[in-house]
Design a binder for this molecule. Structure first.
Ligand code: GLN
Length: 419
């Protein structure tokens, strides 16, 4: 790398140390997805994002712990043990990209890659006080990403600053013939658009996200940043996203339906764990899946299979698809009058290890501010905004129009610098 730097041939990420969520294929290395099912599984090819990082001369140092198959909001669902919060080991760091977030927050790597299906980059970034970016659906190729919910999953960076997040996005973004859902949309030069000028920029505040239910400490930290943006020349505009109350139920119906289909491939026959306790074909499926999957994954497969089953399909799956469209339309309408939208990242700061493990509904409710971006396919960034009375980080979320990561990166950069 020194040689390349001397001769001026080094790539844009030369020397940047990158950690990678263990859900991305890297040829010749294990890809466990945090699951006992894939404990010994070795990838036979590189994901497109890995290829692009290598071509940019990034230094990939290792794979990171995660909630099993990216299902979770706390990092506690890994078959390999929980990831701890770097500032307080009695707390969770958030999830599901728990290890990738902590690698950056604890200074083990400069940046990292995570995936975000319902908030798994933005929420841990908020809990740990770093930057996390979920690009627009289709902005980054998913080739080589082990699928959870294919119409929601996106790969994105964790970084200490919005500028570093932009540097990584610049390298991994762009269409890819190996992923038909990657969009043939031009990738702008993000860094050159981060000019710290927000004069006249219209920022929407959705009233549904700033209701009386919002924690007072989080509200006051967010309001300070919003005031600072106003002082810097931004125009703050109230907006409404009227279907917000349906986001959690819509997401957990559609994401589990897609997961139940995607995870059918772990059958003990083709790859991954096979039970020793096998007498016939059906027994191989039953025992391999019963022993290989953890309880949250099984819960999702059962929920997803239920909402797709004949008789329930119309009541749940089809209805949720229709509501997804209404939620998408809410954003289209809001973006007719604003350039981006600011919301909280999570209802609380990092919660205690074990606190929500017995109550899946409480765990799911933690995603209330993040899942809408995945339902609508729009980009979102989490930027550090301050801390609560105990010093635990509070993040602020900026949502943008489809394929307009440039605006939310720019606003993120300003949020980092204004007081
Ligand atoms: N916490 C959400 C879930 O459990 C989101 C996970 C993710 O974005 N991968 O489904």
């Amino acid at each position: 790398m020194d040689e390349k730097l001397r001769s001026g041939t080094a790539g844009p990420l030369a020397g940047m140390v990158v950690a990678v969520k263990d859900v991305l294929s890297m040829q010749g290395t294990k890809t466990t997805c945090g699951s006992a099912m894939l404990k010994e599984f070795v990838s036979i090819y590189d994901a497109t994002v890995i290829e692009r990082l290598r071509a940019a001369d990034a230094v990939i140092i290792g794979k990171t712990n995660m909630d099993e198959f990216a299902m979770g909001s706390s990092g506690e669902n890994s078959a390999y043990g929980p990831t701890l919060h770097p500032l307080d080991e009695t707390k969770v760091p958030g999830g599901s990209s728990s290890g990738s977030c902590v690698a950056v927050a604890a200074g083990l790597s400069t940046v990292s890659l995570g995936t975000d299906t319902g908030g798994s980059i933005r929420q841990p970034a908020g809990f740990c006080g770093i930057v996390g970016l979920k690009p627009t659906y289709g902005r980054v190729s998913r080739y080589g990403l082990v699928a959870f919910a294919s119409s929601f999953d996106q790969i994105g960076p964790f970084a200490r600053t919005s500028r570093d997040a932009a540097r990584v996005l610049q390298v991994i973004a762009g269409s890819d013939p190996k992923d038909a859902t990657s969009a043939p949309v031009e990738v702008p030069d993000f860094l050159s658009l981060m000019n710290r000028d927000v004069k006249g920029l219209k920022i929407g505040l959705p009233k549904e996200y700033f209701s009386d239910a919002l924690d007072a400490g989080i509200r006051s930290v967010l309001e300070k940043k919003i005031d600072a943006l106003r002082n810097a020349g931004a125009v703050i505009v109230p907006v409404s996203l009227p279907h917000s109350e349906y986001t959690i139920s819509t997401y957990y119906i559609l994401a589990t339906a897609e997961a139940s289909s995607n995870l059918a491939r772990y059958d003990g026959a083709r790859y991954g764990y096979r039970s020793k306790n096998v007498k016939d074909l059906n027994g191989m499926y039953v025992h391999s899946r019963s022993e290989g999957f953890g309880s949250e994954v099984k819960r999702r497969i059962m929920l997803g299979t239920y909402v797709l089953s004949s008789g329930y399909y119309d009541a749940y799956y089809r209805k949720a698809q229709q509501v997804r469209r209404l939620i998408q339309n809410d954003f289209v309408n809001a973006f007719n009058s604003v350039d981006c939208i600011i919301t909280p990242i999570a209802p609380t700061t990092a919660f205690g290890l074990g606190e929500k493990m017995e109550d899946p509904l409480q765990m799911y409710l933690n995603d209330i501010y993040t899942v809408s971006a995945n339902l609508a396919g729009i980009p979102g960034i989490s930027v550090p905004a301050g801390a609560d009375v105990n010093g635990m980080p509070i993040g602020i979320q900026v949502l943008g129009k489809q394929f307009d990561e440039a605006t939310i990166l720019k606003v993120g950069d300003v949020i980092e610098t204004v007081q």
